[in-house]
Design a protein around this ligand. Structure first.
Ligand SMILES: [Zn+2]
Length: 180
């Protein structure tokens, strides 16, 4: 819990809060670098007006170090708004946990979809491989059939040659018999 006194409260040394406050929300009313705020002197250097957008601090205005580079940024944090009421904090906690749960569900759903997609891709790959093998088998079968047809053609030619030969022989024999 961040202590609150009259006016703004400084929680410069509250490392736990500073390190947790990564999320802010753009607000046109409270943004940029203040020039007239006396509170900025607690920082001694320029600070940035920001609005928290996380946990039970959601919506609270604060001042933070204005340095852009992470290595130059100090842990200065000064709350402008006091902490929300316990009831409000409870409601915000509930809202954020609902949001977190919804995100988890979406991530889980995306994971399932990804897994499903991976399975489909794997299935497709298998089918393509099977089709490739089938095409090869089919091509081999067609080649074998063509070979068989060619052999059959050759056999037919040989038989018809043989028949012709037999016919000639028969004619020749017949001629011989007639001569006798
Ligand atoms: Zn600083």
């Amino acid at each position: 819990m961040v202590s609150w006194s009259e006016g703004s409260s400084s929680s410069w040394d509250d490392e736990s809060v500073t390190s947790q406050l990564h999320r802010t929300i753009p607000c046109y009313e409270w943004c940029g670098i203040p020039h007239e705020l006396s509170s900025r002197y607690l920082h001694l250097e320029s600070c940035l007006m920001q609005v928290a957008f996380q946990s039970t601090h959601t919506g609270r205005r604060f001042l933070a170090c204005a340095k852009e580079k992470a290595e130059e940024k100090c842990s200065y944090l000064e709350w402008i708004d006091s902490e929300w009421s316990v009831a409000m904090q409870f409601c915000m906690g509930q809202l954020w946990s609902m949001y977190g749960k919804e995100n988890e569900d979406i991530i889980r759903e995306n994971l399932n979809l990804g897994e499903e997609k991976f399975k489909i891709i794997e299935e497709k790959r298998k089918m393509e491989e099977e089709l490739r093998c089938f095409k090869l088998d089919f091509a081999k079968m067609v080649a074998d059939k063509e070979e068989a047809i060619n052999q059959l053609g050759s056999a037919w030619l040989a038989i018809s040659d043989l028949k012709e030969e037999i016919e000639k022989k028969k004619l020749a024999d017949h001629g011989c018999t007639n001569l006798h």
